[in-house]
Design a binder for this molecule. Sequence first.
Ligand SMILES: O=C(O)[C@H]1O[C@H](OP(=O)(O)OP(=O)(O)OC[C@H]2O[C@@H](n3ccc(=O)[nH]c3=O)[C@H](O)[C@@H]2O)[C@H](O)[C@@H](O)[C@H]1O
Length: 435
Amino acid sequence: MSHLDHTPSTPGKFKMDKSAYPYHGGRLRWHSSLAKLTFWSFVFIGVIFIFFYRSPSRFHSDPSRRSLRTSSWGGPAWEKKVRTSARIRSRNGFSVLVTGAAGFVGTHVSSALKRRGDGVLGLDNFNDYYDPTLKRARQALLERAGVFIVEGDINDAALLKKLFEVVPFTHVMHLAAQAGVRYAMQNPGSYVHSNIAGFVSLLEVCKEATPQPAIVWASSSSVYGLNTKVPFSEKDRTDQPASLYAATKKAGEEIAHTYNHIYGLSLTGLRFFTVYGPWGRPDMAYFFFTKDILNGKSIPIFEGENHGTVARDFTYIDDIVKGCLGALDTAQKSTGSGGKKKGPAQLRVFNLGNTSPIPVTNLVTILERLLKVKAKRNVMKLPRNGDVQFTHANISLAHRELGYKPTTNLQTGLKKFVRWYLNYYSAAGKKADAR
Ligand SMILES: O=C(O)[C@H]1O[C@H](OP(=O)(O)OP(=O)(O)OC[C@H]2O[C@@H](n3ccc(=O)[nH]c3=O)[C@H](O)[C@@H]2O)[C@H](O)[C@@H](O)[C@H]1O
């Protein structure tokens, strides 16, 4: 019988029993030291394996985990870049921290603020929810305009604290989020990480700041969920979200109420309505429809029950930027400092839409004309993926309070988008990467 039969099933309790061996003298001692060496080598390899296997994977596909890893920051040169970027260059200007600055809306808002003389510092984790090269190209655009984007995650409290130590930001334009209605079914953790934990992490640093900044942040038209009353008004119910994305944006509005109530933070939520335009997001329909029409690929066009149309109140990016700047310009100061509230603070929510919902099929027709290519339409029932059948914004409140007045219709806006798309993707022979 081989001595292996004496090996218990739980190796950890394994104890070498010499009596199981018939040999004595030098040979026995040699055998037992070889066995010990073999045993401890396996233990050592096991420990190494566990260490590497358990450590965060550099190639983990879940952006919500990788985005916590931030590149190195700090030091005098880095602080100088931060201060220079955030320096106010116009009388009564603002110093704004723009989170998600390498994103679609973030890039446009940062550029507009910088152009009018505000100080702007960007923060972005450059995750790969969609093509990071597009984010890097936006970053280069902003760098040329004098906007520095710190590479980091809004969940990195130490980094946020450092930024507020270096710059007394007057405002935060919070646009960093996990966007996309349908992706929430594939990666729910990313929505909790960015839209809930990330927002709380940011608010925790803002409430401790002295002075506290005023905060304007991106909510979403999706909070109206399954509502049927149109157009959607800010006072309407928002308790029937159709997607996890919508639920995290609704939660954001409740979290904003809490930090306003306890700490005196001035908070303005903007409910964006399907924003589109140059430098847009490849995961959105107008963008990947363009790519697929050009590539002769069929495009899935959703329709409602009984062939009902699916429509969106598509809103052009330049109009959205005006709404964002109007919200920043009318934001009252936060009343607290160092985490202590000193009086009631402003709390607002606005619809930023175009007030003219357009069926998706019409969007495709406009794209066909602009691209001069016939689309291969694959009409299909609206899948149960978090999509809603229609959105339609009542913007009278934003018009009254922010002076918000959208001027770009879908035909005009898509023409500008297509011009940018053809130029961007042909210029460097870039491959369009839409999710
Ligand atoms: O307003 C918002 O707050 C949200 O706007 C955007 O969501 P949506 O309005 O869903 O935009 P988008 O995906 O471009 O689909 C456009 C239309 O095409 C339909 N659609 C979509 C995909 C497809 O394959 N086929 C199709 O018909 C689809 O049913 C829809 O009717 C942002 O992504 C989101 O982050 C959030 O900001």
